[in-house]
Design a protein around this ligand. Structure first.
Ligand SMILES: Cc1ncc(C[n+]2csc(CCOP(=O)(O)OP(=O)(O)O)c2C)c(N)n1
Ligand SMILES: [Mg+2]
Length: 335
């Protein structure tokens, strides 16, 4: 890291307000994931779903470090990123349910959630494909001088795709305001990290591209927030991209229906002891940041909001066949 970049690294602790905003987002993500799995089981939602339970802290802390107008790209396992970045609950839930009131009018579904007003520009099911698109958004921000930062979220498996390497090289060369956020949950589908990746740490790959690489405990919201904040500062200061490797774990299978029985029991049990939600919840109370009753109020509010969003979604219509070819091409580009 250059001396200028190092000067931007801050040891300042996040304020109580930031901690509670991260907790609120984590609570929303956790409960939404639980309800989504319940809704699929009950046949209320018929869609592919990639559970996010266990990865709440990465998304919640990253989102606390960016501006509302910053850009996001994420993947099929994206519910946590969508919620953290602020896609409205009703539009999100309606899109999962394939209804006209969804963020993509019910035509995209969970694999393609897009909501420019909250900065979520692309959600993709093709592993690694969102990473170079982030460069395009970041390049646009440089040209337009809008000061925005683009965060692209992807898994550990995506770092073995060519597009990842090409994108990191170009982003570093052009000093693009991008944050490459690898959510390393140790598995790519059913394959363990070390069985498909030649380096011990994804973060080490940053060195090949003359870029800052940081490995962080993604289940620790404070550590994750600090790493995210530093990366955002570097990007906004014109110092270019950062690769963050956030270590985390997913507590359910790759997709809904996968029992995840390829994960050794000892590894799973060990990960459960580090479940970010209960750990952070206790920390907030133990360190005097909140009373348990404050957190219960937040959880009750979230429960109500999600229930309302579900009712809203299920009461909405499905798109009609005539909508099929609409919104496919955007013909006029206004710069
Ligand atoms: C280019 C491409 N190859 C393969 C797949 C099939 N596939 C879907 S998800 C996945 C695993 C990706 O793992 P990772 O990047 O670690 O993300 P995670 O699912 O763990 O969040 C694979 C191989 C795909 N969607 N796209
Ligand atoms: Mg993975």
């Amino acid at each position: 890291m250059s001396a200028v970049a190092e000067a931007l690294v801050s040891t300042e602790e996040p304020t109580r307000e930031i901690l509670l905003s991260i907790f609120t987002k984590m609570a929303l993500i956790k409960r939404c994931d639980e309800k989504m799995r319940g809704a699929i089981k009950a046949g209320k939602i018929i869609a592919p779903y990639y559970p996010v339970r266990g990865q709440e802290a990465v998304s919640a802390a990253m989102a606390a470090a960016v501006r509302p107008d910053d850009y996001y790209i994420t993947i099929y396992r994206g519910l946590h990123d969508h919620l953290a970045k602020g896609v409205p609950l009703k539009e999100l839930w309606a899109e999962y349910a394939g209804r006209v009131t969804g963020s993509c009018k019910g035509k995209g579904g969970p694999m393609h959630i897009t909501h420019p007003a909250s900065g979520v520009m692309v959600t993709t099911g093709i592993v690694g494909s969102g990473i170079p698109i982030a460069n395009g958004l970041a390049w646009a921000s440089l040209v337009k001088e809008d000061g925005r930062v683009t965060v692209t979220n992807f898994g550990d498996g995506a770092t073995n795709i060519g597009a990842f390497h090409e994108a990191l090289n170009l982003a570093s060369l052009w000093k693009l305001p991008v944050i490459f956020l690898c959510q390393n949950n140790l598995y790519a589908e059913h394959t363990k990290y070390e069985n498909c990746t030649a380096v011990d740490n994804v973060a080490d790959r940053a060195a090949s591209y003359n870029m800052t690489g940081v490995k962080v405990n993604g289940n620790d919201p404070v550590a994750m927030f600090k790493a995210a904040r530093d990366a955002v500062k570097r990007a906004r200061a014109g110092l270019g991209p950062t690769l963050i490797e956030a270590m985390t774990f997913r507590f359910f299978g790759h997709n809904f229906g996968d029992p995840g029985d390829y994960i050794p029991k000892a590894e799973f049990d060990e990960a459960l002891t580090k479940d970010p939600y209960p750990v952070f919840r206790s920390l907030l109370v133990d360190h005097g940041h909140a009373e348990a009753s404050d957190l219960e109020k937040i959880e009750a509010y979230i429960e109500k909001e999600i229930n309302e969003a579900m009712e809203f979604a299920y009461a909405s219509d499905y798109p009609v066949a005539g909508e099929l070819n609409k919104d496919v091409l955007f013909e006029e580009v206004v710069l």
